[in-house]
Design a protein. Structure first.
Lengths: 233, 233
DNA sequence: AATAATAAATGTAATTATTACATTTATTAT
DNA sequence: ATAATAAATGTAATAATTACATTTATTATT
């Protein structure tokens, strides 16, 4: 079963060529609304249109690395939570070329991004309900990413990547309300969240949004588990 | 924001070329164990090795269509449940070429596949615990597909695509026991499954595996809903 | 110094879902 | 008539979710 690397064979020759791109669906949270980073294309094709930030994949990187490269170029950030969403491969999705795109969504701490760099690339944070029309199938990608984020948030403590290292319970409740697009009961929300045992309370209060102040919490990655099953047996 | 289709521009030119393949993780169920369809490569490269069934994607089809084309070629089946798993894009995953693969998993009714066609292509059904070593990263694909199947089965009534149109409750319980790799309590399993209200009972009994016979049920796609939420608000 | 204003923090009872567990039933073969 | 076999069923205990309103800590104002 040895594979001769340099051997000539016909298997890989004359394959129909398809370009492979990576597009990034970049979420951020400003303590009020869930936001998305998009940019105005400064070159052809589709110059002047709003677009997700993407790039063709390079020979020396996998899809995730390509996504992280893009993210670093635009925001200056490294070590970002980024996961594959799905591929977009409709034959006519890009009228300029036969090109499939691997959508990758990222959750970043919006206050940590390099504003100069973001500006330099013509990128802007939009609230999800004010998102402009995007090129190609990018609006669909955003919709799919949001669905995925909701799906994930239902069953696992996603979203901490959108918050600063220390955050308050009202803050994370607002985030979840944004993700689910509905109000949550604070007593039940806290009870549930704290029962999962992956939040560490500090004795420090954040008084930026109330006189009483809210205790700061920290995510305890050690204790993260996924606990809900329909069938336990 | 018009896009001039024939306009020459540099955006798509001289991109580093990456081949795009689709590999199919094909599950079947023979009323005892969960099985996987793999084939022995009859041509180079890697001739003689076991492999998932795949193909390079063509200009005139999207990834899902490519998967369905492959599936039809091998099994003769159409209208199969097939979903994207994820992409595999590690730089060195295929020593023969820079090639990314889009994994697609399919659930089929094993008794419906065209046995002659399957044989002709050198394909075999393997129980998951007897699966041979596969080429490249195909074992990882199988593992990921199984995880996905489990994940889906936890929250939604997946798996009916693996069963015949009419099936018994003991039959589907066995399937779920195979998916989860553990025994389930029949009273609780039935209670849960029936409470979801998407099974239609018939008055016909299947006596192929007991003297008493077990009632046949049918999946009611109209009533399929996904009902469990961590946060209901 | 007292009061008003504000958001944070908290508890409980009712409902629903999950779990653990053993017997009866329908049928066929002997 | 009996034995054998797998299918079908119920209930009580526990755990999770839901609905719902008041008190607390603090700051700003008078």
């Amino acid at each position: 079963m040895e594979f001769a690397k340099n051997q000539q064979n016909s298997w890989y020759e004359n394959k129909e060529q398809v370009l492979v791109a990576v597009d990034c669906i970049i979420f951020g949270f400003d303590n009020e609304t869930l936001k998305l980073l998009v940019f105005k294309r400064e070159i052809q094709p589709l110059k002047g249109s709003w677009s997700l930030i993407g790039s063709f994949i390079r020979q020396n990187e996998n899809a995730n690395q390509a996504g992280l490269r893009i993210l670093k170029d635009i925001t200056g950030l490294e070590n970002i939570f980024m996961e594959e969403l799905k591929t977009y491969s409709a034959v006519d999705r890009d009228p300029g070329a036969r090109c499939i795109s691997i959508g990758q969504y990222a959750l970043i701490r919006i206050d940590e991004n390099n504003k100069e760099l973001v500006n330099k690339h013509g990128a802007f944070w939009f609230s999800l309900d004010e998102l402009p029309e995007l090129v190609l199938d990018h609006n669909q990608m955003v919709k799919d990413a949001l669905d995925r984020l909701r799906e994930k948030a239902r069953f696992s403590p996603v979203g901490f990547e959108l918050l600063p290292k220390y955050f308050t319970l009202p803050q994370i409740q607002t985030l979840y309300e944004q993700i689910f697009q509905k109000r949550l009961d604070s007593r039940n929300f806290r009870k549930k969240l704290l029962s999962l045992n992956f939040l560490k309370k500090t004795e420090i209060k954040d008084k930026s949004s109330s006189k009483k102040g809210a205790y700061l919490y920290e995510f305890d990655y050690e204790k993260e588990t996924d606990q809900s099953f329909i069938f336990k047996g």
